[in-house]
Design a protein around this ligand. Structure first.
Ligand code: OGA
Ligand code: NI
Length: 373
């Protein structure tokens, strides 16, 4: 290759990158998200959403598996079957990092109302919705498309309404979107109760006293993330949510009946099939750290929605300390021994998040590796 070839290659590359930045900005400026594109009738998805050829080729080699994420019936707690439930949660958390719960105590009509509330928010007058469109992390209520739009290689086919909340900080009534305020407030209350129960079970699964994780500060619901996945005209070219593990101790996920969530297990993608009235629970990165790798935070993703109806999900992230809290956490001392030395150093939630929001994290190894000792 001579110098002029090299120069033209460089120019081409620069132009491609420049175009992407410009197209990302133009999409963001619409403040109408992916739904805006669908409403405008796009048939070919914009290239900012198209996955790299190597990833698409790899996808063709994956095949369907009959494996299923464990389903755990929490009703047993009332019938003195707590030990059995603790065993099931331990087994699921050590291997899958995921399980579904039924008879979890969150009223089924509230689950339905939440799904409807997310539809209502996204399907309301776009001008009203735009007032919530922001990437400002100090805002407690943020609507946008792709929180990592400016950092990721490929944008995902979904829009998101994120609500930051904690037990001690309540939102001003006028900060909330009116169409779903009461429902979300009620939902937070109910999911927090379930979270408390799950942290007790998880503490016991680790051989600790039931209050252990809660006393450590893991139990603090910080973000309620409502996702809206509109129909995608070219679902084979993109994803609804790219591969990631969760920046939380624990995530409780409500998904509607459409499906699309997949978890990576035994080298393949497994569908997490929706079960009516069920909730998905998964271990996040922070719980993997404090359990010193005993419990696993596992990569997952959502395929683009092929259905005419939009898919809705609500992820509740228990992130423990808020990002402002200056309390470091690391592997729990009781779980450390000569044979089982600490895998991670101590770090602050804020430190994790500043990295999380400043660059693309393709998978959990990227998120956790930086804190390995
Ligand atoms: C998440 C997530 C899955 C889904 O918000 O972290 O993995 O089904 N969501 O929307
Ligand atoms: Ni997730």
């Amino acid at each position: 290759m001579d110098i002029s070839d090299a120069a033209s290659t460089t120019t081409t590359k620069t132009v491609t990158e420049y175009d992407r930045a410009k197209e990302v900005q133009a999409f963001d400026d619409t403040k109408a998200g992916v739904k805006g594109l669908v409403d405008a009738g796009v048939v070919n998805i914009p290239r900012i959403f198209i996955r790299p050829p190597a990833e698409l080729a790899e996808e063709l080699t994956t095949h369907q598996s009959k494996l299923q994420v464990p389903v755990i019936d929490l009703d047993g707690i009332r019938y003195n079957q707590l030990e059995d439930i603790v065993d099931q949660v331990r087994a699921a958390s050590q291997t899958w990092g995921f399980f579904q719960v039924i008879n979890h105590g969150v009223p089924l009509n509230l689950i339905q109302e939440m799904i409807e509330g997310v539809h209502k928010f996204n399907e309301q007058d776009v001008e009203v919705k735009k007032q919530f469109y922001t990437r400002e992390r100090t805002r407690n209520v943020r609507f946008n498309s792709n929180f990592d739009l400016y950092h990721s290689r490929t944008a995902s086919w979904r829009d998101t309404l994120a609500i930051s909340t904690s037990g001690t900080k309540s939102l001003e009534p006028n900060e909330w979107p009116k169409v779903c305020r009461d429902t979300i407030m009620e939902y937070i209350k109910e999911v927090s109760k379930l979270g408390e129960t799950l942290f007790e079970i998880l503490s016991m699964a680790l051989g600790l006293k039931p209050e252990y994780l809660k006393d450590m500060g893991c139990f603090n619901l910080y973000s309620v993330i409502c996702h809206y996945y509109p129909h995608c005209p070219q679902p084979e070219l993109t994803l609804g949510a790219r591969t990631h593990s969760d920046p939380s101790f624990l995530t409780i996920l409500l998904q509607d009946q459409i499906g699309g969530l997949q978890v990576f297990n035994e080298n393949q993608w497994i569908d997490v099939n929706p079960i009516s009235g069920g909730l998905v629970v998964n271990i996040g990165d922070f719980l993997q750290v404090v359990s010193n790798d005993e419990l696993k935070s596992v990569d997952h993703r959502v395929v683009a929605n092929v259905h005419a109806t939009a898919r809705v999900s609500v992820a509740c992230f228990f992130t423990g300390h808020t990002t402002e809290t200056q309390k470091p956490f690391g592997p729990i001392k009781e779980l450390i021994s000569k044979e089982n030395p600490p895998v991670y150093r101590e770090f602050l939630v804020g430190e994790y998040f500043s990295k999380y929001f400043s660059k693309e994290l393709e998978s959990k190894s990227a998120g956790l590796k930086q804190f390995e000792v």
